[in-house]
Write a new protein. Structure first.
Length: 319
């Protein structure tokens, strides 16, 4: 059976009643979540090896993807909101992925900081919390969280070799880079980074100049256009920072899907494991849904309705 015809994606996340957008998207087409970043991250992790640092992991989409592919020697996920960090741990456990999840915000100092939470009336799992108080206009609350630098995190892990870093921290990317000076000098990792129009491009460009890095916006179905200066790209919010001496190599890696397709086929070939993960994630979904409904409608018929709805959604995703 080809990978395209298999019912199971390499990323399977608890949906929490469709509140997790990444989980819902991954169940239908994992490649379409923030396209083309999933495929780019996967092929780079497979090629580069070393550790994968997932900065702004949220519920763990990229950590699960890299872990399921066996593409990194170690995975460290950083997620500052405690409840979401717990969701990330749960998804990693359900997918049989070994990783360290640190409930901390990555910044340029080790200590504490205030993270700002926007209006959550949308009912979805939060993806726009930021250490930058001006990132959103509708901040409703805040919490104090521990902060850590990538330099100190890497030192605490005996300066393990880091091949790939993913940064998605809602307007605070400049601080993450400032806290990764030694790591970058030691390991020269590839770095995917979300850069919105309010990003501090001066800090990003200074970082690139001092470390001799190049940058390219990641756009679906387009070649990697390397440049020496970071700017906002409305068609490629996620961009790739790479050592100047490896740009041709990494562009060729991104353009060649064969190694990723081969690894996907290998991962999905263990149909017993695939089935077990599918069942465990489904059970976790249903358990959460039942907990939400139990106080007011504990009848088994209501649980059956939710069970049927989840099964119908999975059936549609397998067509």
């Amino acid at each position: 059976m080809s990978e395209q015809n298999r019912p199971f994606p390499p990323v399977r996340l608890v949906g929490y009643g469709a509140r997790d957008v990444s989980a819902v998207t991954a169940a239908v087409d994992w490649r379409s979540y923030e396209r083309p970043l999933p495929e780019v991250a996967a092929v780079l992790a497979l090629h580069l090896g070393g550790a994968f640092y997932d900065v702004g992991a949220n519920t763990g989409f990229y950590s699960v993807l890299v872990g399921r592919l066996g593409a990194a020697e170690a995975i460290v996920a950083f997620e500052p909101i405690p409840a979401i960090a717990d969701m990330c741990r749960r998804n990693l456990t359900l997918n049989r992925v070994a990783a360290e999840v640190r409930s901390a915000a990555v910044s340029d100092i080790d200590g504490q900081a205030t993270i700002h939470l926007p209006d959550q009336e949308h009912g979805l799992i939060e993806t726009s919390a930021s250490l930058n108080p001006d990132f959103k206009d509708d901040n409703r609350s805040s919490i104090t969280v521990p902060t850590v630098t990538l330099d100190s995190a890497n030192a605490a892990r005996d300066h393990e070799v880091v091949g790939l870093i993913k940064i998605d921290v809602e307007g605070f990317e400049h601080a993450v880079l400032r806290g990764a000076e030694e790591l970058t000098r030691r390991h020269r990792p590839a770095i995917t980074i979300e850069l919105l129009d309010r990003a501090d491009f001066a800090v990003v460009n200074d970082f690139m100049a001092r470390h001799n890095y190049r940058i390219a916006p990641l756009r679906a179905a387009e070649a990697v256009p390397w440049g020496a200066t970071a700017t906002f790209d409305g068609n490629g919010w996620n961009q790739l920072l790479a050592p100047a001496e490896r740009t041709d190599e990494l562009a060729a890696v991104i353009a060649d899907p064969a190694p990723l397709n081969t690894r996907l086929a290998q991962v999905l070939a263990d149909e017993v494991l695939v089935r077990d993960i599918e069942i465990d994630v489904l059970n976790a979904d249903l358990a959460w849904l039942y907990e939400q409904w139990q106080p007011t409608t504990p009848q088994p018929s209501r649980l059956s309705q939710w069970t049927d709805a989840v099964r119908r959604r999975r059936h549609r995703s397998r067509r």
